[in-house]
Design a protein around this ligand. Structure first.
Ligand code: GRF
Length: 215
């Protein structure tokens, strides 16, 4: 299915309470540079979305700090504090519902979400993955591309389904891998791509939701 059709599919599942900006929830386990790119874009006049909630499973993560700096609702939901995944995911769900977000963006969130969580947010969870999917799914995707001696790599935004990085692809950006590259240099190059790619995809989804029925 082409990316534009996936965007329409996602938008068809969402009703925005705020008629001018879609509220999104961002899940990040760490640094949150992509969260920052979303926050920065959301403050521009071109934005059809706002960041309404940030959740991290990592105590002290920069992602939480970034949310706090911008006055965004934020939650630490540490998976290690829960005996089972269901309880952890119930807490994630209650935070997202409390903050009333309509789209969930996984941006460096290092936990796999169960089918029951995804069923609750059916077709409303997207993920950012640092490879040109379907190549190099799962952990250490950039390292996988280096080991495979790929000449190009990049990043993918996809709809999340029950598999590991298997959901329909919404959009991709690519970049070269040079012979003198290492993990750090390729990671930096991919992040530059992602900081434009992710806000652009989220904004397209948000615009489609907000302008639904507007002629
Ligand atoms: C990104 O490269 C994303 O593709 C991957 O995790 C990284 C998160 O980076 N899933 P940051 O925390 O947003 O800086």
């Amino acid at each position: 299915m082409p990316g534009e059709d996936i965007i329409s599919l996602i938008a068809s599942h969402i009703e925005s309470k705020d008629k001018s900006r879609l509220s999104i929830g961002v899940l990040s386990s760490g640094n949150g540079s992509n969260l920052q790119a979303l926050i920065d874009f959301s403050t521009t006049k071109d934005s059809y979305f706002k960041v309404g909630s940030v959740i991290s499973n990592t105590p002290g993560s920069l992602a939480l700090q970034r949310a706090q700096n911008h006055g965004i609702n934020y939650h630490l939901v540490d998976h290690r504090a829960f005996n089972e995944r269901l309880a952890f995911e119930n807490k994630l769900m209650s935070c997202l519902l409390e903050d009333d977000v309509q789209l969930v963006v996984l941006a460096g969130f290092m936990r796999v979400l169960s089918p029951s969580f995804l069923a609750r947010f059916k077709n409303c969870v997207i993920n950012l993955h640092p490879s040109l999917l379907p190549k190099h799914r799962g952990l250490n995707a950039i390292k996988q591309a280096l080991i495979a001696k790929d000449e190009r790599t990049g990043s993918t935004v996809h709809l999340v389904d029950d598999g590991l990085d298997t959901g329909p692809i919404i959009a991709q950006s690519s970049c070269p891998i040079f012979s003198d590259d290492d993990l750090a240099s390729v990671t930096d190059r991919i992040k530059q791509l992602e900081h434009a790619l992710l806000p652009s995809v989220v904004n397209k989804i948000a615009r489609t939701v907000i302008t639904k029925g507007v002629f």
